[in-house]
Design a protein around this ligand. Sequence first.
Ligand code: F6R
Length: 360
Amino acid sequence: SKGEYPHYMRKEIEMQDVSLANAIQGRIDDDGTTPDLDPFPPGTFAAIERIQFVACGTSFHAAKYGAQLLNNAGIPAQSFRASEYDDSIPVDEQTLVVAVTQSGETADTLRAFECAASGGARTVAVTNVVGSTAAREADDALFIRAGPEIGVAATKTFSSQVVVLSLLAHRVSADVADVAPWDDPAAFYDALERLPEDVRTVLDRGDAERVAEEFLGSDAFFFIGRGPGYPVAIEGALKFKEITYEHAEGFAAGELKHGPLALVTPRTPVFTVVTGDDNGTTVTNAEEAQTRGAPIVAVSAPGHRIDDVADASLQIPASHPDLAGLLANVQLQLLSYHTADRLGRAIDKPRNLAKSVTVE
Ligand code: F6R
């Protein structure tokens, strides 16, 4: 039940400290520097040379985030929108194809998965639903343990997908012989163990509600980011359009000047996600929008140089760069929620959308 909450979506956002603790529980080895990921003991992925993710919507954004982490670790990884995946994509026995699907029933994702399996790939389903079609059809399944998600808009399941994919990325990179060890894994695992607390800090801030109020009535809402901030920018925009029905777009920060800047005006706030030090390039991109009059809202940890530019901010606690995007996304979930709430939208059941999409 929704309990004290006005919407399931609100409850699902609010309880992410708990759902993330579940996703992590028992999955970090005692040494605190390696994953302990049932059903994947060390060495499981020794023969794997490349990873392909297939997913739709929000799950695609989590997959894109996961692919970034793998690439950073030196493993070739690509993410595909499942509806665009077919037998023209080369796969072989050294390819691991990971379907990321909350429900485990999304038709496009299941079809892409079948296509990969018939090409000889090894398959893993990352899903929330034990006994789902994806879990049954995969060689192996990895569960995100987020609990049932009732709101049509995916929130807690995105966060749990990101965490589980980061653990899978660590498992694969440890198994693949000619890849250098992950840089300072202890720092990542420390931040991972702190993550439920850090999410709680974001949830208790209250700045998203104020910012939502401040920008109500804008012509459009833009979200930019680079690296792991890019999947967060496109996820922020997807959530915003789904539940507010306002025009929202996510862009790679560096792409603004290649076209979208033409849309930027004083009536289009630009939410700028920064997840680490990128030598200030994303700040420069935000300034390009600010010069055209756009209000800049920083989604960042304190002390980042975006603070010198920003007109408003959605703060996140300092964390590991691989997890900062997840925290930034929680702020954007709250922003969408409070905006939709102010507009009186049908938050748990947005028009035209279904929780599980079982047609191609
Ligand atoms: C967005 C949303 C959808 C789903 C997509 C995939 O909030 O919920 O974009 O993410 O339909 O669904 P699953 O993850 O069940 O495959």
